[in-house]
Ligand binder design. Structure first.
Ligand code: UDP
Length: 490
């Protein structure tokens, strides 16, 4: 009788931020649906963020023969952060951010213990845990890196780390700086780039991330071939790396309403009902992910812009909602919302995927976090791009210049969540929104791309096939390791 092969077991190890946890939980659902045993290792507060999504996936797998996804909950290291502060969203100061990164470092012990105690075929480790490349190697487990970025942005950051193009660039914030060695001519303003002279800590950190990813077994991307084909080739041929593009992983989510939260906004249901009453393609959705903070002067201009644009809008005022609205709300805005005919505000956690895929949606004002961009692409919704930091200026280039499914708001200054940004006027923001909503060419391109995204994850699509390729590689590796062990034993 043939011995039944034990299912492949992959350990997922996401960084302590919602933008990393959410696609990881989606990816686990995707792999579990293909018969892979998946465990997600994280700390209690972060486990709560993905628990509903994992429970819904497990409910959907009941009776299908697919293995249930486990969450291995490990203690959050004591680094002096207040109780309950375990991820990026809850941070309010640079000092706390440093502590969070220290805690991330200390998770090595729990990670190592897990690998010692469980048979694991691979680790899909967040690239931010750069030390996991050595920790996994010590246990003989292949590390597959996951940064949660676009391939394009990952290639841009790789170019920056290799060539440090700012070193010899003119000291003028508006100077255009070329990123060498990429398939396209990619230039950014100096002020839109991470400057190693000013951000020494971040620069060193990303160098370690880049080095660890280069030494990894391979890299998995939340993207799909048709979206950025030149960069797939760049990674494989120029950089000589093994890559698998398995996205958009959000399409594997089994319940869009609770994805990424244990506390959906009380406004969530009424928001969907409000959208139901709006004409197709008439609403702009405004949301900036889980980390981005706006100064009161910026919120003031954004509110003015939404009024000036004349468009219907849904505005998620999650993190910014903590601020006293009298500090930023322009005159007449509260009345505009109260009338309920043109604008709807969501306080707290919005069901973003449900909103983006609603027929009433016509545009998305986004900070260009990669999850948000790809979710918009999947839903066929074009974007007004308003990047702030991290990979966001790179993602903007991809959206506006390469894919041509967006209009840039013209943000110029790279500055992390805690720092001040230049205030963009309501007139400029409103004009970008109008240009996007009125451009048939952009709207059509976005719809076409949405269809390609959905096709990629269907059976026979490129992302579906890449999941299979990765499983084949890991299965073959398991057999060769076993042959090695058997030979040693005999
Ligand atoms: N998100 C959501 N509802 C919210 C805010 C955010 O569902 O009210 C989700 C969004 O769909 C995306 C993630 O949170 O999956 C944010 O990730 P992104 O990369 O866009 O931005 P980050 O928060 O990492 O800056």
């Amino acid at each position: 009788m043939a011995v039944q092969e034990e299912a492949l077991h992959i350990l997922f190890f996401p960084f302590l931020a919602s933008g990393h946890l959410i696609p990881t939980a989606d990816m686990a659902a995707l792999f579990a649906g293909r018969g892979v045993r998946c465990t997600i290792l994280t700390t209690p507060v972060n486990a709560a963020i993905i628990r509903s999504a994992v429970d819904r996936a497990n409910d959907a797998f009941t009776g299908t023969g697919c293995p249930a996804i486990d969450i291995a909950v490990v203690p959050f290291p004591d680094v002096g952060l207040p109780p309950g502060v375990e991820n990026g969203t809850a941070l309010t100061s640079q000092d706390d951010r440093d502590k969070l990164f220290h805690a991330a470092q200390l998770l090595r012990e729990s990670f190592d213990r897990f690998l010692a105690d469980h048979r694991t075929d691979a680790v899909v480790s967040d690239s931010f845990f750069h030390w996991s490349v050595d920790a996994a190697a010590e246990r003989g487990v292949p590390r597959i890196a996951f940064l949660g970025s676009s391939m394009f942005a990952r290639a841009c950051s790789d170019s920056m780390m290799r060539h440090n193009p700012l070193e010899n660039a003119p000291d003028d914030p508006d100077a255009l700086v070329l990123l060498p060695g990429l398939p396209h001519r990619v230039e950014l303003r100096r002020s839109q780039m991470m400057d190693p002279a000013k951000m020494t800590w971040q620069w060193e950190f990303f160098k370690s991330v880049n080095a660890a990813d280069q030494r990894s077994f391979g890299e998995v991307f939340n993207s799909f071939h048709d979206l950025e084909p030149d960069y797939v080739e760049h990674f494989q041929k120029t950089l000589g790396r093994r890559v698998w593009l398995v996205g958009p992983v959000a399409l594997a989510s089994k319940d869009m309403a609770v994805r990424g939260t244990d506390a959906p906004s009380p406004d969530a249901d009424s928001c969907i009902r409000w959208l139901d009453a709006k004409p197709a393609g008439s609403v702009v959705y405004v949301s900036f992910g889980t980390l981005t903070k706006f100064a009161p002067a910026e919120l003031h201009q954004l509110a003015r812009a939404l009024d000036l644009s004349g468009m219907n809008f849904v505005w998620v005022i999650g993190a910014a909602g903590g601020q006293d609205s009298t500090e930023w709300m322009p005159e007449g805005f509260a009345e505009l919302i109260a009338r309920g005919d043109r604008g709807f505000m969501v306080r707290g956690w919005a069901p973003q995927m449900l909103i983006l895929s609603h027929a009433a949606l016509g545009g998305f004002v986004t900070h260009c976090g990669w999850n948000s961009v790809l979710e918009a692409v999947s839903a066929g919704v074009p974007m007004v791009t308003w990047p702030r930091y991290a990979d966001q200026f790179h993602n903007e280039k991809l959206v506006v210049e390469l894919l041509k499914v967006g209009v840039s708001i013209g943000a110029k200054d790279y500055a992390s969540g805690m720092e001040a940004h230049e205030v963009i006027t309501g007139e400029v923001i409103a004009e970008s929104i109008q240009r996007l909503m009125e451009s048939d060419a952009i709207q059509k391109k976005a719809k076409d791309l949405g269809e390609k995204a959905r096709r990629a994850v269907e059976k026979g699509g490129s992302s579906y096939d890449d999941v299979g390729r990765l499983m084949d590689v890991l299965t073959a590796r398991r057999s060769s390791v076993k042959v090695g062990e058997d030979n040693q034993a005999s």
